[in-house]
Design a protein around this ligand. Structure first.
Ligand SMILES: *Cc1c(COP(=O)(O)O)cnc(C)c1O
Length: 422
């Protein structure tokens, strides 16, 4: 499917007068419409709620939009909890799905009244000692082995550090019950960025059957099934995007088949989507500042892997549109690169694109989740601004760009940098 940016060259040229490139820009309209589709797809389940995975796009303005659409938040660190609290999420608006969790974070989550999702059986007593056992607790499941759908190997839970096997889940639930917990949830995340409408229904089938067995074996009341994240997006134009209505209906069928006959028809379904909620509704906008003709053809842009790490880290594909040349022939083969002194700092390798001139704006698609958030500061490169394209067409700054002062701020205890001119 052809990928069309949600902004035009003219819009970007105008925005860049106020906010120089590079910047991330998010599409409020797209975010809201998508959140509503998700909600509609699961409206058959009375207690359904999406807990947006904060790590994907930890920006308070984005969290507020999702809050208005009825979402909660999924946190896994102290600062994510703090950010969520500051945005007005509290109590059961927060799912704390962490692993290798420090005591202070369990304490903070308890103080906020958040749902706590335990990653390991040893965390039951750790939580008891450090923060106390809440009335409602979740446990994270890891089936081991490989996770297959038909003949496709989707991921490798046997190699993943998360969750616990079934026998430990049962023991954990028994122990939690002994310690006073009353309501229980089951969570699992078996594959990331799945581009198939079958992932959630397959996962749901596994977790629903597990819930029936655990209810018997541990004698506990299962109230929630958390399908977690993993519903992906079509980064490549050749991929068929997921259809959330079909996905929701697939989960409903499994629910009616497995949960309803087992007397678990009142169980609430939760999701913790990050990528699916935001990725397509954010783009990284960067300007071509150099072209270089050596053994290959290079376009140097003013963004780098600091602004979007996925290509460097995973070799991930991100589609690129040269703004204003949407319909031009893609007859030039380029490596599109940033300035880091690391050869993996390439947004695209051997990519066929329209001829690029210095000054052209490139729109790097699907950067709205796990994009800005993964940023780092290698080579002393600074993180960009984040902008919001609002529904009325205006643009709002939702995070300013880093400055050298921010970069050096952690030396504020020292005199060495006191004479730096910021
Ligand atoms: C990262 C993460 C998510 C979100 O994953 P996406 O691939 O962005 O949907 C949800 N839950 C947990 C526990 C995670 O670690």
């Amino acid at each position: 499917m052809k990928k069309t940016p949600f902004v035009t060259r003219e819009q970007i040229a105008e925005i860049a007068k106020t906010y120089p490139t590079p910047f991330h820009i998010y599409d409020e309209k797209g975010i809201r419409e998508n959140a509503r589709k998700l909600k509609a797809a699961f409206s058959w389940n009375k207690g359904f709620r999406e807990y947006f995975a904060v790590k994907a796009t930890p920006n308070p303005y984005i969290l507020k939009i999702l809050q208005e659409e009825g979402c909660g938040v999924d946190c896994s660190s102290m600062t994510e909890l703090m950010l969520s609290q500051a945005c007005g999420f509290g109590g059961t608006d927060i799912m704390f799905s962490s692993n290798d969790t420090p005591a202070e974070e369990f304490q903070k989550a308890r103080e906020l009244g958040a749902y706590i999702n335990l990653d390991d059986i040893t965390h039951v007593d750790f939580l008891r000692e450090e923060a106390g056992i809440p009335e409602t607790v979740f446990c994270r499941f890891n089936p081991g082995g490989v996770f297959q759908m038909g003949t496709d190997i989707m991921d490798n839970p046997g190699d993943a550090k998360y969750g616990m096997p079934e026998d430990q889940m049962i023991q954990a639930f028994r122990r939690l019950k002994e310690l006073g917990a009353k309501r229980f949830g089951i969570h699992s995340f078996l594959a990331s960025n799945t581009v198939t409408n079958d992932y959630y229904p397959t996962l749901a089938g596994i977790l629903f059957e597990l819930a029936v067995r655990i209810k018997e074996a541990a004698g506990v009341d299962i109230a929630f099934i958390n399908l977690s994240g993993g519903v992906g997006v079509a980064y490549h134009p050749d991929q068929e995007p997921n259809d959330i209505a079909i996905i929701g209906d697939g989960v409903r069928k499994k629910f009616e088949e497995i949960m309803v006959p087992a007397g678990l028809g009142e169980v609430s379904i939760f999701t913790e989507l990050g990528r699916f909620m935001l990725a397509p509704y954010g783009g990284l906008v960067t300007k071509a500042i150099h072209e270089k003709h050596i053994h290959k053809e290079y376009i140097g842009v003013d963004a780098c892997a600091v602004n979007l790490m996925r290509p460097a880290m995973y070799g991930a594909y991100h589609h690129i549109t040269v703004l204003g040349k949407e319909d031009g022939p893609c007859d030039c083969k380029y490596d599109v690169v940033g300035s880091l002194c690391e050869n993996n700092d390439k947004f695209a390798i051997d990519r066929m694109l329209p001829r690029i001139e210095k000054g052209d704006y490139l729109f790097i698609h699907d950067a709205g989740a796990h994009g800005f958030a993964m940023g780092y500061n290698y080579n002393g490169r600074l993180k960009s601004a984040e902008l919001l394209l609002k529904e009325d067409g205006s643009v709002e700054l939702i995070r300013r760009a880093e400055t050298a002062r921010d970069y050096f701020a952690t030396f504020d205890f020292s005199d060495i940098l006191k004479d730096v001119e910021w």
